[in-house]
Ligand binder design. Structure first.
Ligand code: DAK
Length: 259
């Protein structure tokens, strides 16, 4: 298997773990880390041994404290625009667009590009010490990896405006109240809870789960007609073995045994 400089990964019990491993820099996302994220998500998305993915940061302090500020200064306008587009591709196509459920286990600071990475995941759970924010305006920037688009959809335009325009950090409890994270968990139980959620999902039909992700994502995509995507996916599922098995199992009062 490939060795990465900035990521650890492992596959265990059908879960692919991706751990950003730049603890001394609070797991800040430099360009090399983004390259490696692209690579591992392409790999996990295509690997049948992986049924779901947990994305987290190394250590007890940070999920990812943003894009790596030390790399900003030398970027030209054209490079910055291009890097933003590239980040969008990784976060939108490979993380949000993964056919497998991706859980962000936010184990500390999730700031700037780090929070944007969590926003691209399908489910977010946070440890009780987590702090989240989009502080880009304090650096003379705006979020560049989808934050201005995903945050308002998740927590509403007014709350997103306040977070982005003030750049203030919020704690895990406030993030839960806003709907930014689904659950707040003690730090030492965070990964176990993410695993529990995935193992519940693994008892369901894999093809149905993948189609549900596609249809839910389509709801937010202005280029697509979400209702049509849902209808097509719904029709398609009627032709699958999993559908036959799911209905037969229900009628026979037994647990389904999906492909
Ligand atoms: N980048 C680089 N290094 C970082 C970092 C970051 N984002 N965050 C922390 N570090 C480093 C610190 O420099 C320090 O390194 P040393 O001095 O030890 O060498 C080490 O991590 C520990 O940090 P602190 O000593 O500051 O730790 P504290 O506990 O005191 O404070 C903190 C923790 C998270 C409050 C603080 O580190 C902090 O405010 N960090 C910066 C947070 C931030 O502003 N993040 C960036 C947001 S802006 C783009 C697309 C997207 C973006 C940019 C460009 N393009 C397409 C081009 C996104 C931008 C952002 O993410």
């Amino acid at each position: 298997m490939v060795q990465y400089s900035n990521l650890n990964y492992v596959i265990k019990d059908s879960i692919g773990y991706v751990i950003i491993n730049r603890e001394p820099q609070l797991n800040a996302l430099n360009q090399e880390t983004l390259d490696e994220l692209q690579d591992i998500f392409m790999h996990f998305n295509a690997d049948d041994h992986v049924r779901g993915i947990i994305l987290t940061g190394a250590g007890l302090k940070a999920f990812a404290a943003g894009a790596d500020i030390k790399e900003f200064l030398d970027l030209s306008v054209i490079q910055a625009r291009w890097l933003s587009e590239r980040g969008h591709i990784i976060f939108s196509d490979l993380i949000e667009g993964s056919p497998k459920p991706v859980i962000a286990a936010i184990n500390g600071y999730a700031l700037g590009g780090g929070l944007e990475m969590a926003l691209a995941c399908h489910i977010r759970i946070a440890s009780d010490n987590a702090k989240m924010g989009l502080p880009e305006v304090s650096l003379g920037l705006i979020p560049g990896y989808g934050g201005t688009q995903r945050l308002p959809k998740l927590i509403g335009k007014g709350q997103a405006m306040q977070m982005i325009l003030t750049g203030d950090m919020i704690d895990a409890q406030r993030a839960y109240e806003l709907g930014l994270v689904n659950e707040v968990i003690a730090q030492d139980k965070l990964i176990a809870r993410a695993e529990e959620i995935l193992h519940k999902i693994f008892t369901r039909s894999r093809v149905a789960v993948a189609n549900a992700i596609t249809a839910i994502n389509a709801a937010e995509d202005k280029q697509q007609n979400g209702n049509k995507v849902e209808m097509d996916a719904f029709g398609h599922l009627f032709g699958t073995e999993d559908f036959k098995e799911g209905v037969s199992a229900f009628l026979a009062k037994r647990t389904p045994n999906f492909e």
